[in-house]
Design a protein around this ligand. Structure first.
Ligand SMILES: [Cu+2]
Length: 400
C-alpha cells in the first residue's frame, strides 16, 4: 500500500489500521469513543476483509463491520432532524497497538442511513476525494465533515453509516445508531454553525464519551508574547501544544514495546492495559487546519469565528488570518441535501472477496490509484480539494 513516508514508517510491520468513526459514537467503537461499548474490537479500523495471512481479500466481517447486532441493544446517542446541518468525525485512534491508525492521506467516502436495520441504505452525502482530508492529522478536529440529513426522513431510530474507499483499494464501514427527531426538516437555529447545531444530543452523550471541554492543563498557544499575539484574549477557546508543529489536545498514545502475538495472549495484563487507554480529548466545535506548515485550531465564538495557530510568532497573524478564511469557507460551504424519497441507493459492499461491487479489488489491482473516486449521484455531493483527479466508481473498474 502506498503511503507517504511518515505513515509508511509508522506502519511497517502490520499495516491494517486506518481511520474509524468518532462521532456519532459508532457501534462497536472503543469505550472511550462510544460510552455504551463494553469491549474493544481491535480490528475496528481494519480494512474490511483485508490483508490477513491468507491474502489481501477475505469475506467482509459484515454490515457495520459486524456490529449491526448492537443496534438492538444500544440507545441512540445523537438526535438529528430531517434536513438539518450535521457533521460526522473520523479519528486515527489506534485500536491495535501493532497497527496504528492513519489517514491514508485521503480517499473517498459516503455517508447514508438505513431505517430497516441495515437491509437497505440511502445516500446522504458523497465526498468525492479528500475524505479523510489530505493531512497526516487524523484527529477528529481535523477530520470533521459536514452534510445534511436527508429531508423527509422518517422519525425514529436509524442506522447512520460511513464508508471509505481509499486509493489502495481498501474498504471500510462503521455505523452509529442515531435518532431522527420529529422536528421536521427545519433549519437549525444557527445555520452558520453546522458544527454546533448538529451535535444536539438528547443526553450529554458527548461529554461523557470524551471530555469535550478545552484542555486546561495545556499551555496556551502563545505564552511568550501575549501582548503582541493576534489571538484574542477574550475567548481562550483554542489550545495547542507549545512547540510541536502539530498541537493536539492531549498526547497521542505511544506504541508500546510488545513483541508478543496479540492473538495468543488475550488475557495478558499489557494488552488489557492497551485496551483501556482512552481516546485523546476532543474539543467540541473545534476544527484544525494545516496552514503553511502551521497547525491552526479554529472555533466559532459568540460573535465570530477565531483561529489560533502555532508556528513562528512573526508569521502568526498572517497564518491565523488565512486559517480563518479556510474555516469560514468550511462553515459557509453549501452542502445540498438529498430527499429521502428520491435519495440514491447506497452500496455498502466493496472490495472484499464477497463484495457486491469490485470484489477482490486489492488483489486484482495491487497498485495505488492516482485518482480518487466519485459516485454517480445528484444530491449531497461534496467536492474534494483537487489534489487528485476524480474518477467515477464503477464496480468493474478494478477487474472482474
Ligand atoms: Cu492501508
Amino acid at each position: 500500500m502506498f503511503m507517504n513516508t511518515i505513515s509508511l514508517l509508522a506502519l511497517v510491520g502490520a499495516a491494517q489500521a486506518h481511520m474509524s468513526m468518532f462521532y456519532p459514537p459508532p457501534l462497536g467503537g472503543a469505550p472511550s469513543v462510544n460510552k455504551l461499548s463494553t469491549a474493544t474490537d481491535k480490528q475496528f479500523n481494519y480494512p474490511l476483509g483485508c490483508c490477513g495471512a491468507d491474502g489481501p481479500s477475505k469475506p467482509s466481517p459484515g454490515i457495520c463491520r459486524g456490529h449491526l447486532d448492537k443496534f438492538d441493544t444500544e440507545e441512540a446517542q445523537v438526535t438529528w432532524q430531517a434536513g438539518q446541518d450535521a457533521h460526522f468525525q473520523l479519528t486515527d485512534f489506534s485500536y491495535d497497538p501493532n497497527a496504528p491508525g492513519s489517514t491514508h492521506n485521503g480517499g473517498s467516502c459516503q455517508v447514508g442511513f438505513s431505517v430497516d436495520k441495515g437491509k437497505t441504505w440511502k445516500v446522504a452525502a458523497s465526498y468525492h476525494g479528500a475524505c479523510p482530508k489530505h493531512t497526516e492529522d487524523g484527529s477528529p478536529e481535523a477530520q470533521t465533515f459536514d452534510f445534511k440529513v436527508p429531508t423527509g426522513m422518517p422519525e425514529g431510530d436509524a442506522l447512520f453509516a460511513w464508508i471509505w474507499l481509499n486509493r489502495e483499494h481498501e474498504s471500510f464501514m462503521n455505523c452509529a445508531k442515531v435518532k431522527i427527531g420529529s422536528g421536521g426538516s427545519s433549519t437549525p437555529a444557527d445555520p452558520a454553525n453546522p458544527a454546533q447545531s448538529s451535535s444536539v444530543a438528547q443526553k450529554p452523550a458527548q461529554s461523557s464519551t470524551a471530555p469535550q471541554t478545552p484542555v486546561k492543563s495545556q499551555s496556551p498557544t502563545t505564552p511568550q508574547q501575549p501582548a503582541k499575539s493576534s489571538v484574542k484574549p477574550t475567548k481562550p477557546t483554542a489550545t495547542s501544544g507549545t512547540g510541536s508543529n502539530r498541537p493536539r489536545p492531549s498526547p497521542r498514545p505511544q506504541l508500546p514495546v510488545d513483541e508478543e502475538d496479540e492473538e495468543t495472549d488475550e488475557d495478558s495484563g499489557s494488552h488489557r492495559h492497551w485496551d483501556e487507554r482512552s481516546h485523546p480529548e476532543v474539543q467540541a466545535g473545534a476544527r484544525r487546519y494545516d496552514v503553511d506548515g502551521a497547525s491552526c485550531i479554529c472555533r466559532r465564538g459568540e460573535l465570530n469565528s477565531r483561529c489560533a495557530c502555532d508556528g513562528p510568532s512573526e508569521k502568526r497573524a498572517a497564518t491565523e488570518k488565512k486559517a480563518l478564511r479556510m474555516h469560514r469557507r468550511t462553515l459557509y460551504k453549501r452542502v445540498d441535501s438529498c430527499n429521502w424519497a428520491s435519495a440514491p441507493a447506497m452500496e455498502v459492499s466493496y472490495y472484499t472477496s464477497d463484495a457486491k461491487c469490485a470484489p477482490n479489488a486489492k488483489t486484482l489491482t495491487p497498485s495505488s490509484d492516482s485518482f480518487e473516486l466519485s459516485w454517480d449521484v445528484s444530491c449531497g455531493v461534496v467536492e474534494g480539494d483537487g489534489t487528485y483527479p476524480i474518477k467515477m466508481m464503477q464496480c468493474g473498474m478494478y477487474g472482474a
